[in-house]
Structure formats: C-alpha cells, structure tokens
Design a protein around this ligand. Sequence first.
Ligand code: PHE
Length: 341
Amino acid sequence: MELEELKKKINEDFNNLKLNLQTLTELRAQYLGKKGPIQEMLLEMKNLPNEEKPKLGEKVNALKQAATELFDAKKKELEERLVEEQLSKEAVDITLPGKDINTGSIHVLNKVIEEVEDLFIGMGYEVKDGPEVEQDLYNFQYLNIPKGHPARAMQDTFYVDVDRLLRSQTSAVQARTMLEYGGNKDVRIICPGRAYRRDDDDATHSHEFTQIEGLVVNKDVTMAELKGTLTIMAKRLFGDDREIRFRPSYFPFTEPSIEVDVSCFKCHGKGCNLCKGTGWIEILGAGMVNNNVLSMCGYDPEIYQGFAFGVGAERIAMLKYGIDDIRSLYANDLRQNKQFK
Ligand code: PHE
C-alpha cells in the first residue's frame, strides 16, 4: 500500500465513522494491530530478495509513522473536544436569577434585650445570668420576702418542691450577685432572662415572660442616678424627647419603691388610646435597695447603698413595635419575626 493511499483511507474512515475515543482505539487496532495492513506488509518482507528489504522496510516504517501520527492527532482532537463539551456543560449561566438566600432574623424580644444590654454595657454594667429553676432563698427570702409574706401572693409561681421554683423575678440575681461579690465590691449589673408566674394567659399576660433586672450597689449611688439612668434608657428605647416620672410604689426589696412611667411616644403626652388618656405609660418598677436586703446579702447598709429596677422585655417590645398580643411573641410566626431583620 502506498503512503498517500493509506492516509486517504484513514481520513475517509475518520470522516465516515462516528468517532469517539472508543471507536478510535478500535480503528487504530485495525490499521496498526497485528492483523493490520502494515503488519501484513512486514510479514511479506520475508518473501523478498535481501537487496529489496531495506527499501521496503523504509516504506513500511514511513507508513507506520504516518498512521501513528494521524491517530495521535485525532486522539488529541477528540480529547480536547471532550473537555470543551464538559466545560460548556458545567458553565455557569450568569444571566440566570440567583437562588434566594433565606437569612434568619433576630426575635424581637432578643432585639430588645440586645439593645438594653448595649446601652448598659456602654455605661459600665456587667451582664449577669441566673438559673430559671431557682431556690426560694434567692427568689424570695434574701429579697426580704420571708415564707408567709403576703407579697408572695402577687408572685405565685410554679414550684418544683417546697424550696425550689421557677423564678418569679430576675431580682433573684440581685441576691446571688451581692453574695458572690462578698460585701465589699461595687455592683453594676443587668440581668436579662425568663421569669414565671401563675397568671392568666391573655393579650397582656403570660405565665412566662422576660425581665431585665438592673442593680447598682456602691458607697454613694443615689436616687438621682437611678432617675438619670432610667431617663437615658427611656430615651434610647422610645425616642429622644421622652421624659419619665416616678410614682410611689411598694416592693419588699426596695425602700423607697417607685413605679416609673414614660411620656407617651404616640401622643407626646396629650393623651391617646395607647396611654389611656393620661399621657404616661407605665414601664417598670424600681427603688433603692432595702437595707435588709443589703445586710442579708453581706453589704453593710451604713456604708453601701444601691438602686435596682426590673423591666419587662415584652412590655418594651409591645409598646415600641405596636404588638397588641403578648402571645404572638411566643408563637414563632415567621411573619412577625421577619419584620425585625
Ligand atoms: N421584681 C419586680 C417585679 O417583678 C420589679 C422590680 C425589680 C422592682 C427591681 C424593684 C426593683 O415586679
């Protein structure tokens, strides 16, 4: 077979057959394998006279090399085409709309807690934690509410046994912290957390709620600082032009005790449905730490004094964001949560 003829035949096969890497290998075996035309020619060589052998040998080698080159080139071409196909299949279509990334959002109660924490950390407060299953001792007795005290009735709670209960107030952390600090270290803490009370569950009451407790104890803190602190908090939470007012109240663990109102942010004090016509909205209870509490918790009331306050996170959230049913705060309705991204 002549060189040109062989090349022509191979190219014809390349054009006529549906080639892939597999069929190419088969075709290669056909031309270059043991039963192929080139091998055949080599076999024929032994029948030739010796002087013709080199001439034919040269020719056959040229054929072999030419065929090998053709096959190698085709193989490379097919492999490249395969890679290209793969690449174009895997290509990203940047004109397609992207997938929706569903980000979570903070729960409004946590948002309130974080906001209050931020504010108080900025004023040098520490954030403290306490157990929700609390001892009667910390929840009541150290807070000047001995067993049988009538003030317990307002804070009936869920008892685990006679001495352990679901804490009815984060005020329990006041006693814990003062005892921990040992009676000679200044205290400046806030404590956000759950509290529980036996209560009707309706639009404004829940047996489980969230309080943020504040406590400052040192040698010279006064009610003026309490007022200043709560004014800053009211402005931060409800707007810069808010004012607060104190009304006398009663808590066994503070003396004097006060209830704190903030000027209505809806009507700016004129009177509306939110503030029930009074221009003021009650937001929290507070007072100067009762001497009995100080001394029971290891602080000498002749040297130390303190203030404390307790505010409901639900109340803040409901007022601030116009939420009209406390139960919706526990319902895990994403439509509510998503509004607080
Ligand atoms: N613990 C009180 C309550 O739950 C609130 C309070 C806290 C009052 C601290 C005074 C000082 O009603």
